[in-house]
Design a binder for this molecule. Structure first.
Ligand code: CIR
Length: 252
């Protein structure tokens, strides 16, 4: 049961963040409104939400998911793969120290939280431009003694592992066709994303509610077959900066 979320209000500098999307610069007012609706929905779903102040020196800092991965036993502070984002992790370490024992991914490893998909005791870690083998090895060394089963998954498309696959409840994953055949998920039911709706793979499960980006009707229709409440959220300004629904919060 998820009880808590940590989010960070986007900074006025958000258009200076990293992006490959080619969708134009985000509008600040609209981004604030979309972020506010996201926070409101999490509160309506019963979560206690800590909203951190904007970090003007880090234009990607509202994508908090990349800075940490929180487990019941500890908070793992990452070392983000993008040098411009590495300072964000220390900001989050100070916050998470109020909730958990804090441990760190250290040099030379890199790891982004967007590459870590946890399903029960299974921790799947994407090897991407942001997360390397050394980062995975450190994570595995920390979590394996705590009885987590850690697996590295090479990922060649999209920014992060969770750009392509997410857990959506009922032992089911939502996954792109490229990654669907990976043996890592053979124990799970699969809903395969329509190739034209890849972005919607970044759907967020919160206590058997599903948060989906608005504008992806085929994916929404498929997800509705699960019978769980589905909430569509406008997230266009985050998409312009390669971000999505999972990256806007840490949940635990
Ligand atoms: C970045 O490139 O790092 C940000 N502009 C987007 C990060 C998105 N994070 C995520 O999906 N977990």
């Amino acid at each position: 049961m998820i009880t808590t979320a940590i989010t960070r209000t986007p900074s006025a500098e958000l258009s200076r963040g990293l992006t490959t999307a080619n969708l134009g610069p985000p509008e600040y007012g609209k981004a604030l409104s979309q972020h506010g609706q996201y926070v409101e929905l999490l509160i309506r779903l019963g979560l206690k939400v800590e909203v951190l102040a904007p970090a003007e020196e880090f234009p990607d800092a509202h994508f908090v998911e990349d800075t940490a991965v929180v487990f019941p036993e500890l908070a793992l502070i990452t070392r983000p793969g993008a040098p411009s984002r590495q300072g964000e992790a220390e900001l989050m370490a100070a916050v998470l120290a109020n909730y958990r024992k804090v441990v760190h991914i250290d040099l030379p490893g890199t790891l982004d939280g967007g590459d870590v998909l946890t399903i029960g005791r299974n921790v799947f870690v994407g090897l991407t431009d942001r997360t390397d083998r050394a980062g995975f090895n450190q994570l595995s060394k920390i979590l394996t003694p705590l009885n987590y089963n850690c697996q590295a998954i090479p990922v060649s498309a999209g920014l992060h592992l969770k750009s392509s696959v997410n857990y959506i409840g009922n032992d089911t994953i939502l996954v792109t066709s490229e990654l669907a055949g990976n043996r890592a998920w053979e124990a799970y039911h699969k809903i395969i994303i329509d190739p034209q709706e890849q972005y919607a793979a970044n759907t967020l499960w919160v206590n058997d509610n599903l948060l989906v980006p608005a504008g992806f009707p085929r994916t929404t229709a498929k997800i509705k077959t699960l019978g769980l409440p589905v909430h569509e959220l406008e997230i266009t300004e985050m998409q312009k900066m390669d971000g999505g629904l999972t990256c806007l919060s840490l949940r635990f």
